[in-house]
Design a protein around this ligand. Structure first.
Ligand SMILES: Nc1nc2c(c(=O)[nH]1)N=C([C@H](O)[C@H](O)COP(=O)(O)OP(=O)(O)OP(=O)(O)O)CN2
Ligand SMILES: [Zn+2]
Length: 133
């Protein structure tokens, strides 16, 4: 049977700073990110099944990505966990949505993080094929 890849595009807004970077991106700045999620699997072949013909309902994929990634990063500020503690404390006092990452928040590292998070919640019948940011 033929395995099928399904791709869905998501967008989110986030700010970050690249600590120690030799350019303007060491300052806190923001992006409108586009995240492409591709899964792979076999379509359900069962006329009695409500998801007949689907690898995964697009709605279910949307909910998975929403809960696992977008709820975490959308309108958040991503800073390295070892950022200046006064800054972190001040942002917390202001109730800012802060994601302290154990990594430099580059696209590459964010993708590794997203992959880890998504793999944990993929239904058994499908696999995460690829991510693009
Ligand atoms: N390999 C990577 N390089 C850079 C990353 C990254 O995540 N991975 N991130 C940055 C900055 O955070 C930021 O994204 C700047 O990108 P850049 O395209 O260099 O910015 P510009 O202002 O030149 O481009 P615009 O299109 O005007 O935003 C840097 N490098
Ligand atoms: Zn940036």
């Amino acid at each position: 049977m033929t395995k099928i890849r399904l791709t869905r595009l998501f967008t989110f807004e986030a700010a970050h700073a690249l600590q120690g970077y030799d350019g303007p991106c060491r300052n806190i700045h923001g992006h409108s990110y586009k995240l492409q999620v591709t899964i792979i699997g076999l379509p359900i072949i069962n006329d009695e099944h409500p998801k007949n013909g689907m690898v995964l309902d697009f709605g279910d994929l949307k909910q998975l990505v929403q809960e696992t990634i977008l709820d975490v990063v959308d309108h958040a500020l991503l800073l390295r966990a070892d950022s200046d503690s006064d800054l972190v404390e001040a942002l917390r006092k202001l109730n800012h949505k802060l994601l302290l990452t154990p990594y430099q928040p580059t696209c590459e590292n964010m993708l590794i993080d997203f992959k880890t998070r998504l793999r944990k919640v993929m239904p058994g019948s499908v696999a995460l094929h690829s991510l693009k940011l």
